[in-house]
Design a protein around this ligand. Sequence first.
Ligand code: SF4
Length: 468
Amino acid sequence: MFDDRLEKVNDECGVFGIYAPGRSVSELVYLGLFSLQHRGQEACGIAVSDGDMIHHYKNLGMVTEVFNQNTLNTLDGYLAIGHVRYSASGQSKTQQNAQPIVARYQHGEIALAHNGSLINGEELRQSLMERGSLFHTTVDSEQIVALIASHGHDAMEQAMLKTMIDLKGSYSLVLMTEDTLYAVRDPLGNRPLCIGKLGDEGYVVASETCALDAIGATFLRDVAPGEIVTVDATGLHSTNMFGTDKQALCIFEFVYIARPDSNIDGINVNKARRLMGRELAKEAKLDVDIVISVPDSGTTAAIGYAEESGIPFTQGILKNRYTGRSFIQPTQEMREQMVKLKLNPIRDALEGKRVAVVDDSIVRGTTSRKLVKLLREYGAKEVHMLISCPPVKYPCFYGVDTGNPEELIAAKLDVDGICEHIGADSLHYISMEGILRAVEWSGVGFCTACVSGEYPLGVPCNHCKKSK
Ligand code: SF4
């Protein structure tokens, strides 16, 4: 199987929730999840309530593979949540681990979908098991459900507040009971979560604003760090006992994860990527003929680089969009062909040219090495790599798969060593100051742990000594 997740930083989830009295919402959730598909392609699910009972369906696969009209017809109701999932390395890819997680507790049913990762998930699970909780999955989102249920004598909002005291790490949650929708963001707002309005009475919550656009909802605002938003028959209510001035929004949302047409905490992703390209151009001045990108995620930064440097941007590599997870490659010979099948250089654009290639990151370096070789084979006279993110050296504990720490090339080699490994004429990464300049004008604070080694939400206990 061609697994390009090994070459990229991958998010692990996208969440969506909707409360729309008088409407049947399962098709809207389908559209919302479809627009969040880039955040997770391994599994997805929808839970729906008609006010009395929660029905749900989830399975392994992409949104269009898991759901069809018949499945959606069985999910009737005006209140729903949905989830797309990308499991972290080492986590089992089973139907059980798909979300939403649906459970029955003292007051009825609850369904939960989670984007992010807890750093104290293991300890919470152990302590809950010692108190008699049973678990059906291996995802830490189930601990959140169990904790809420353990406060079952309280009203839901109180139970959620008490649960948040115990949670450490990253979480953007959408939850529902039979008649109420909740949206919750961790106190440092590590993962995005926004609210939209749908018609006169409807509300939508989603990981990214592109999901609001997809169903014709209007952006209202972002869920604030530490906030619990409740939507029920009386309208939208908010509680925030945990928010502070600090924030640790994942900077990789702007480098790679989020869609360019989304806005997160007031920052348009496309604008941030262009500014990263511009900053890169100020730091890495090159004497080249053209700027090209590794499509798609390198393209906006490449345009920014071209704007700032005055060097023309052109399409030098064509991306085949149809090589997905399920693409089988039975032989080693075919494996060698896979990069070319996915990213094919355009000879006419490259022949005899000194080329600057912009990409968003280098994880293992394998694809970059093959790509540099290919660009030379297709006539490029010089190949200079430009990366719009500083070197990824450290693992992410907050819900993003930065790859196996032992395989991160920047953890093993310095920039010259990486340049030699990938066979480029030169290699330039944007500096930490440069990438922050591209987003800090927003006033938002960022997590940069996978490039800086400084973890604003802490690290799991078993990593305390290993991490900086
Ligand atoms: S460690 Fe990196 S990928 Fe993880 S949340 Fe922080 S910036 Fe994002």
